[in-house]
Design a protein around this ligand. Structure first.
Ligand SMILES: Nc1ncnc2c1ncn2[C@@H]1O[C@H](COP(=O)(O)OP(=O)(O)OP(=O)(O)O)[C@@H](O)[C@H]1O
Ligand SMILES: [Mg+2]
Length: 385
């Protein structure tokens, strides 16, 4: 069953998603937002819609639900984009999709920027293995890294004219933008520098002191870990500048006019607060915001039956002990109408706080979105049909 559509939000400029997808000067669309709001679904849905409107698209997804991944023909983490079958290509478009393999991306960076010997030393280092698979922010950083690579490839071989980037399931949407800085300041941190500096140069002055520090750390972490860290940082020295340089390059790419950010939010206070922070941050960082996608909006049918009327009718029926099914339906309708009204108030408040931000709405579908028809339905709603 298709969900009824969501009425326009008063005071908000409707976001013209199709115009965005058809604009050939837009080469990158980044879908961000707080956890669980529908970033991956939105990224996949607009990827499909753009492809069926004639663009050559690659969607970089992160941790998609298994069934959604299957629907797009993705069987495993794989840094290589795979063509999605069963889409309408009559307008000359195509859709490729990939699931970010964080560790592979990290490994590729190391391999590309060091000698084979040094690369092996890094890749086998237990500290590197832990860092590359679990450091907070690594996923965000690697999503950016992979975006930079895809964009460079797309520019050189022309396979794609639109890259759509999903962002990791972090609590805060801002993590995506902060990760590169956090990773490089971690790599640059005093502790790592000190640990990795053999007693030479001015440090020698403090070597007695350093001995105490390393001694304490050895007790704390174990000698092996400390040696691992030292070897790792020493080996990473050569790639160091590279890491930071590329993070900066990609950050700049995100500021260019060919990039567009879509901030995805659920119509809930927390998600909208995050969306507000993010919108402000994009403005401060001069990154181009296309608009807000309000996903999973309650869209009750029979809107002419007010919540008050249906709830009081439900109560009357319940008291009479008759028609229990009708009473339940009326109560459900009353609750949905109440929720819809609350969501609209939140949306209106966001719109009045950010009058320049265009908004697209997507109704909550009756079930999860895990196949191409489901994605197409989301895309249709985004396109305002
Ligand atoms: N409009 C919608 N109607 C119904 N279900 C939806 C809708 N949008 C998303 N979903 C479902 O909600 C769940 C979360 O969506 P999704 O995985 O896209 O969110 P996310 O923001 O990527 O989450 P995470 O932060 O964990 O990566 C999925 O099961 C998806 O199918
Ligand atoms: Mg996701």
């Amino acid at each position: 069953m298709t969900a009824p559509s969501v009425a326009p939000i008063p005071g908000a400029h409707p976001l013209a998603v199709d115009a965005l997808l058809d604009d050939s000067s837009v080469e990158i669309i980044v879908c961000c937002g707080s956890g669980g709001v529908g970033k991956t679904t939105t990224a996949a849905a607009i990827g499909l819609r753009a492809a069926e409107r004639g663009r050559r698209v690659v969607v970089l997804t992160i941790d998609p639900a298994r069934r959604l991944a299957q629907a797009m023909g993705l069987a495993e983490l794989d840094n290589t984009p795979r063509q999605v079958e069963d889409i309408d290509t009559t307008k000359g478009g195509r859709l490729d999709a990939m699931m970010l393999d964080m560790k592979r991306t990290f490994d590729d960076v190391v391999l590309a920027h060091t000698s084979p010997d040094k690369a092996r030393e890094i890749l086998e280092n237990p500290f590197y293995i832990a860092l590359s698979s679990s450091f907070a922010g690594t996923q965000e950083y690697m999503a950016m890294e992979r975006l930079g690579q895809l964009h460079a490839d797309a520019s050189s071989n022309g396979d794609y004219d639109l890259i759509i980037v999903d962002t990791p399931p972090s609590r805060s949407a801002l993590d995506f933008l902060d990760a590169p800085k956090r990773l490089s300041s971690f790599l640059d941190s005093r502790l790592l520098r000190l640990l990795s500096t053999p007693a030479r140069g001015p440090i020698r002055l403090f070597s007695a002191g350093m001995g105490v520090v390393t001694g304490a750390l050895t007790k704390l972490l174990g000698a092996q870990v400390l040696t691992d860290v030292q070897t790792f940082v020493a080996a990473l020295d050569t790639t160091f500048g590279g890491f930071r340089q590329r993070a900066e390059d990609t950050y700049r790419l995100l500021q260019e006019r060919r990039t567009a950010f879509l901030v995805v939010a659920a119509p809930e206070p927390d998600a909208l607060r995050e969306a507000s922070y993010f919108v402000e941050r994009l403005r401060d960082d001069r990154m181009p915001l296309a608009g807000l996608v309000l996903n999973r909006m309650e869209a009750p049918a029979a809107v002419h039956v007010s919540p008050e009327r249906s709830l009081s009718a439900a109560e009357a029926l319940a008291e009479s002990g008759q028609h229990p099914v009708a009473a339940a339906v009326l109560r459900l309708h009353g609750e949905r109408m109440t929720r819809a009204a609350r969501e609209r108030r939140l949306a209106e408040r966001f719109a009045s706080a950010h009058p320049g931000v265009s908004i697209a709405t997507v109704p909550a579908l009756s079930s999860d979105v895990h196949d191409l028809p489901g994605l197409r339905q989301i895309g249709t709603r985004l396109g305002g049909e």
